[in-house]
Design a protein around this ligand. Structure first.
Ligand code: PSU
Ligand code: MN
Length: 306
């Protein structure tokens, strides 16, 4: 069976010529942010990638076809659509067969990026081990994807609604390199530090790109997590976020929220409770990650040409 996948003209041209490309996910547009900030952010993130000299490739499923690179109308249609599936490794294939429209999580975006030949991807925060996972078993498929699909993911760590120590432990078990950028601590999404040291630190995008290629030379599967802290001006201190996260978790529990709905529910609750501050922070960190990802993409293109 042939894969129903369309590359936009500028993404196809860049990949053919070996020029830098940065993949972007779409769940953050459909399930991670409210309108109209979702569409504004998607455009701003693409502009950051372009300003960094790379071509943005936002990935989504439109009526049973994978799109790598959305045009303005497609982006607007996705951001405004109501019944959009949140697609991950488990449900991507069947969504294509059913002709569905869906956004791609970190895991699904990595799968598509790797198929398209894109080695770098920027987002806000990856999914991870949820608090209470010892009873709920709620662990994001994003972690297992990082262990098997060769894409470097730039994020501001894992979302701080998660159990960050357990998330780091599982990443280590799965053999996923986790680099902090510009500091030694693992960031906590809205806050610059989680208080936990990151396993690795690498400030040079060229070394990060080379490490991805060296993993391939070693015959190792999987990608890398680049944990880039939120810019100082946009950060919300962890002491302020703590109670808001606790309140969101209690509300999710009371409402019986499970599985795929957990992350979108918690993010929406926190965005509302913080009067937009958490959302502004989320936007700032994604844009910053797009800038750093463009630098890695440039280094990857240069190293691959050698
Ligand atoms: N980063 C954000 N907002 C988001 C996400 C990431 O700033 O909404 C999405 C990503 O698509 C990630 C997903 O893969 O949340 C995690 O969902 P889950 O915990 O159900 O695996
Ligand atoms: Mn989950």
């Amino acid at each position: 069976m042939t894969l129903p996948m369309t590359l936009s003209a500028d993404v196809a041209a860049a990949l053919d010529a070996g020029r830098p490309v940065v993949a972007l996910e779409s769940t953050i547009i459909t399930h991670g942010m409210p309108a109209p900030e979702n569409l504004e952010t998607a455009r701003a993130v693409e502009a950051e990638v372009r300003a960094g000299g790379a071509v943005p490739a936002t990935i989504a499923i439109l009526e049973g076809r994978i799109h790598v690179g959305l045009d303005e109308a497609e982006l607007a249609r996705l951001a405004g659509a109501s019944a959009v599936r949140k697609l991950s490794r488990a449900d991507l294939a069947v969504a294509l067969v059913e002709g569905a429209t869906g956004s791609t999580t970190v895991a699904a975006t990595m799968i598509v990026a790797a198929r398209a030949g894109i080695g770098v991807f920027a987002t806000g925060g990856i999914g991870g081990v949820h608090r209470g996972a010892e009873t709920s078993f709620d662990v994001s498929a994003d972690l297992y994807e990082l262990a098997q699909t060769p894409v470097t993911v730039v994020a501001s760590g894992a979302k701080a609604i998660l159990d960050l120590p357990k998330t780091l432990e599982l990443l280590e078990t799965l053999g996923v390199p986790v680099f902090a950028v510009g500091q030694d601590d693992f960031p906590a999404f809205w806050s610059r530090s989680s208080g936990l040291p990151a396993p690795l630190r690498q400030d040079d995008p060229a070394r990060i790109a080379e490490a991805q290629l060296m993993r391939r030379a070693l015959g190792l599967p999987g990608g890398q997590l680049v944990a880039n802290p939120i810019p100082e001006a946009a950060e919300i201190p962890a002491s302020e976020m703590g109670p808001q996260i606790e309140a969101a978790l209690a509300a999710a529990d009371a409402a019986g929220i499970k599985a795929k709905e957990v992350t979108p529910f918690l993010l929406a609750h926190i965005a509302e409770q913080s009067q937009g501050r958490a959302l502004a922070a989320n936007i700032a960190l994604v844009r910053n990650n797009a800038r750093f990802a463009a630098r890695i993409a440039a280094a990857l293109a240069a190293a691959s040409a050698k």
